[in-house]
Design a protein around this ligand. Structure first.
Ligand code: AMX
Length: 434
């Protein structure tokens, strides 16, 4: 019986000649051109990164290893009685491109369980944070603190062969991913519950154990599995994925890289949008005295926000040009499990009201909802009403995809990232102004 690491090792050996050949024989083939607006405008749309783990089609949305989210959820093994798959199975799929069978997934569940114990000093660092610290700052720091555990660092300094970088990185990645639910639930308890902490259960899978440590009954285990799976990867150019890859490209270890990507995720235009959606909805609800606004009243709230120069959180996307399939999956889950939830009704009203307004407003290239317009609604329903925490949940999921990417970055020997900058003077010359 092959382990995930052995299977991955074979896939890496198979893949290496493809990258080598492209570089050696086709290195000068032009992939894309760069315009002035891309240079100034955040490199939007510029094809300049490579990953085989996921691909984001503007119309269709994300595919992991070529599979839609629906196919991923349908084909990954599920725990007994669960409607959502093992998150560990998703990690297997992202790394290898293959759906694991039950036995293969249980091996990974077991690996995670063995590596889940968090050193005491991490809890001490979390405990020493001053009050009112944002949970993302605490989460990022807790991950950073673990840097002293890095197998990669130890082996690198002892003299590690380049072709073996990925193995040490794989060990670091599993060691970190296994600990994230423990760290996150500890932060949640410290900030919002302050009661005795629920110890983890080594017999549960990642999603099940997280729900258990959060002290929330079924189906929150399935909610967690769904959440971590759909947030795991969104190709390589988004801020969190790109940051993780960039930092890792200097051979910074997994802990440094994932801590950095968490910091990028913590911005309101990216992962923090799920918090902002609930904050915005709360504001509307406060103004309405908890009564559901009419469509006209909701339209007015949306216009007021736009007219005051703010964005409507949870809508728009840099790549997507249709409703995000991650939004749709969560909407379907909500329609099935929480159709009468008042916040879901608010969110669903926005689903009808916002896109035509954003079209009329005429700025956003994509008027449709993204993943963040729904995720907080589900969390709120199951009792996680502290919306500052929502991006931490996003971060656990995103770490899975980025760890998979960094392992492959190492396996294929991707070099230090180092694009070239120019001055405004130079741009003006290129544009023919000067
Ligand atoms: N509300 C109001 N205005 C919006 C908007 C929204 N939801 N989305 C885009 N716009 C505006 C932009 O601010 C920009 O205005 P400007 O010309 O005055 O600078 C203009 O429309 C053009 O922007 P764009 O090309 O459509 O988007 P982008 O690629 O620059 O940015 C994003 C994408 C997601 C940052 C943007 O749509 C946004 O701010 N959305 C709200 C925040 C959000 O939901 N973020 C989460 C995205 C998903 C994720 O990463 N988790």
């Amino acid at each position: 019986k092959k382990t995930l690491k052995q299977t991955l090792s074979e896939k890496i050996e198979e893949h290496r000649p493809r990258t080598k050949r492209l570089l050696k024989e086709y290195g000068d083939v032009v992939v894309d051109n760069v315009t002035v607006s891309q240079v100034i405008g955040g490199m939007r749309g510029l094809k300049s990164l490579v990953t085989d783990i996921s691909y984001l089609d503007p119309e269709e949305g994300i595919r992991y290893r070529g599979y839609t989210l629906g196919e991923v959820i349908e084909n990954l093994p599920k725990p007994k009685g669960g409607t959502m798959p093992y998150v560990e199975g998703l990690f297997y799929l992202l790394l290898t491109g293959d759906f694991p069978n039950q036995e293969e997934v249980m091996q990974v569940v077991d690996e995670f369980s063995k590596r889940r114990i968090v050193p005491r000093y991490v809890y001490e660092v979390i405990d020493s944070f001053p009050c009112c610290s944002h949970p993302m700052a605490i989460f990022s720091t807790a991950i950073l603190t673990l840097n002293r555990e890095s197998v990669f660092n130890r082996q690198y300094h002892a003299g590690l062969n380049k072709k073996d970088y990925w193995e040490a990185t794989y060990e670091d990645a599993l060691n970190l991913l296994a600990k994230l639910p423990e760290i996150a639930s500890y932060i949640y308890n410290k900030l919002y519950r302050q009661g005795p902490r629920i110890q983890s259960n080594p017999n549960l899978d990642m999603g099940g154990n997280f729900a258990h440590m959060m002290g929330i009954d079924k189906p929150y285990d399935d909610v967690s599995r769904l959440h971590f799976i759909i947030h795991s990867d969104h190709e390589s150019g988004n801020v969190s994925a790109h940051t993780g890859h960039l930092v890792a490209s200097s051979l910074s270890d997994i802990y440094l890289s994932i801590s950095a990507m968490i910091n990028g995720l913590a911005g309101p235009l990216h992962g923090l949008a799920n918090q902002e959606v609930l904050r915005w909805l709360q504001d509307v609800m406060d103004k309405m005295g908890n009564k559901l606004p009419t469509e006209d009243e909701m339209k007015q709230f949306v216009w007021d926000t736009l007219n005051s120069g703010q964005v409507i959180p949870g809508f728009g996307h840099a790549v997507l040009r249709k409703t995000d399939p991650r939004y749709m999956l969560q909407r379907e889950f909500s329609l099935k499990n929480l159709p009468d939830d008042p916040i879901f009704k608010y969110a669903d009203l926005l689903y009808n009201v916002v896109p035509p307004i954003l079209k009329e407003h005429g700025k956003a290239k994509n008027p449709w909802p993204n993943v963040d317009a729904q995720s907080g609604v589900i969390q709120w329903h199951y009792g996680v009403t502290e919306y500052d925490f929502y991006t931490v949940l996003f971060g656990i999921g995103r770490a899975i995809g980025i760890c998979a990417n960094i392992i492959w970055d190492r396996a294929l020997g991707y070099p230090l990232e180092r694009p070239k900058s120019i001055t405004t003077d130079m741009l003006e010359k290129i544009a023919g102004i000067k």
